[in-house]
Design a binder for this molecule. Structure first.
Ligand SMILES: C[S@@+](CC[C@H](N)C(=O)[O-])C[C@H]1O[C@@H](n2cnc3c(N)ncnc32)[C@H](O)[C@@H]1O
Length: 390
């Protein structure tokens, strides 16, 4: 059994046993789901919860006496892979944000140079592909479905005289599989759920020699429940629904005071609206709201509640007693944060499980696989890289 397979088995056992810790939907809970953790959680005020939640090491140390296996499992850390020697910006990189540029440079530092033609999957404007072309790739084909991004990328490649072309198509169309060749380096930087699952399947099917993938948005899949890619994953299936698949993404790395304040308002208003809609409908069930434009958060709660009610097809009263609903939300916000404080301690472990499932799939297909972090967390929280070679 490979090291990755051993780690996967260990992790699967823990995550199965601890399912009751990470699977809850905090917005649907009316009380703490763990009586044994209640004294510790109730002893924390909101500022203490926020501070602890921001500090992973401190939060794990806090939880360790009650959940020693969860804390211990974090020893399964991934190695740091190669990093760029510098982040100096050439003239052509104008318009690429500093953090994106660092990600691209670090990603490029982890792929073999000038050996095979490159296929860049879900390329955006093809910044990564352009850098690889600059660094000597024999040719680069970037797949992207936005015609606008393809045109912009083509123009940049033309200006620089690079062998870099765009293939404007839907990555989920069956004929996208034909882009994969054996003598090729296929790369995907931040390809969402279904898109990177297809990438892996197509590459394995074609016998593509070199792969590099940094996955993101695990929840953006076609089915309601994740079907593991690897045989090992199918045997240890955690039956992850979209709610659980989102958990790894709930890690906030950046954000100043303003971002924090907006998050606070959003959480409170969502909960206040939920209290109001439960009252109006007489149904004691949480009604999730989809994402909405953040500018709504700079108005007042009553306006927001009318917007949300219309979204959900509810008839809203003309006058809304904002103070009343916001006070109820304050109570519930604390409950949500207490539950999240525990759930968040499984963010990394669930992401690792998903990454290992992908890694084991490639091992099962005969690839030598290497998994680690390709860039610093300040550049992006989605910083895991799967490198594989046949
Ligand atoms: C998160 S962005 C990553 C872009 C680029 N790789 C980067 O890291 O800057 C994902 C890209 O995938 C493209 N995309 C989304 N769905 C797609 C599909 N079905 N087929 C092709 N491209 C798609 C989006 O337009 C977007 O440019």
């Amino acid at each position: 059994m490979s090291i990755l397979a051993e780690q996967f088995q260990q992790l699967s056992t823990l995550l199965h046993q601890a399912r009751g810790d990470w699977q809850h939907t905090p917005f649907s809970c009316t009380e703490l789901p763990w009586p044994e953790l209640a004294p510790m959680l109730m002893a924390l005020d909101e500022a203490q919860i926020d501070a602890l939640d921001q500090d992973d090491a401190a939060a794990l140390a806090w939880l360790a006496p009650m959940r020693p296996h969860t804390a211990a499992a974090h020893a399964l850390s991934l190695p740091e892979l190669e990093r760029a020697t510098d982040y100096a910006t050439p003239r052509w990189s104008n318009g690429i944000g500093g953090r994106k540029w660092a990600q691209i440079k670090d990603f490029a530092a982890n792929v073999p140079r000038d050996t095979h033609p490159v296929l860049e999957w879900c390329a955006g404007k093809g910044h990564l592909g352009r850098l690889l072309a600059q660094q000597g790739a024999p040719s680069v084909t970037s797949l992207e479905w936005s015609a606008d991004l393809c045109i912009q990328g083509e123009q940049l490649a033309l200006q620089l005289g690079l062998k870099h072309h765009f293939h404007c198509a839907n990555a989920l169309d069956t004929d996208a599989a034909e882009l994969f060749q054996p003598q090729q380096l296929a790369v995907a930087l931040h390809a969402c759920g279904e898109l990177h699952l297809r990438f892996l399947r197509h590459a394995a099917q074609a016998g593509t020699q070199q792969l590099a993938l940094s996955p993101c948005c695990y929840h953006l899949i076609e089915s309601d429940v994740y079907r593991p890619l690897s045989q090992a994953g199918q045997q240890q299936d955690l039956k992850l629904d979209r709610h659980s698949l989102r958990l790894p993404l709930q890690q906030q790395v950046t954000g100043g005071e303003r971002v924090r304040r907006l998050r606070h308002i959003e959480l409170t208003w969502r909960l206040a609206f939920d209290e109001l809609q439960q009252h109006l409908s007489g149904q004691p069930h949480y009604l999730p709201l989809p994402t909405f434009p953040k500018r709504l958060l700079s108005g007042d709660f009553a306006e927001f509640a009318h917007f949300a009610g219309t979204q959900k097809g509810l008839t809203m009263p003309k006058a809304i007693d904002s103070q009343h609903w916001l006070a109820l939300a304050d109570q519930r916000r604390l409950l949500v944060k207490r539950i999240e404080l525990v759930r968040h301690r499984y963010r990394y472990l669930l992401e690792l499980w998903l990454l290992l499932d992908r890694a084991l799939f490639l091992e099962e297909q005969g690839y030598r696989v290497n998994l680690g972090t390709f860039t610093a967390i300040e550049h992006t929280p989605r910083r895991y890289l799967l490198r594989a070679e046949l």
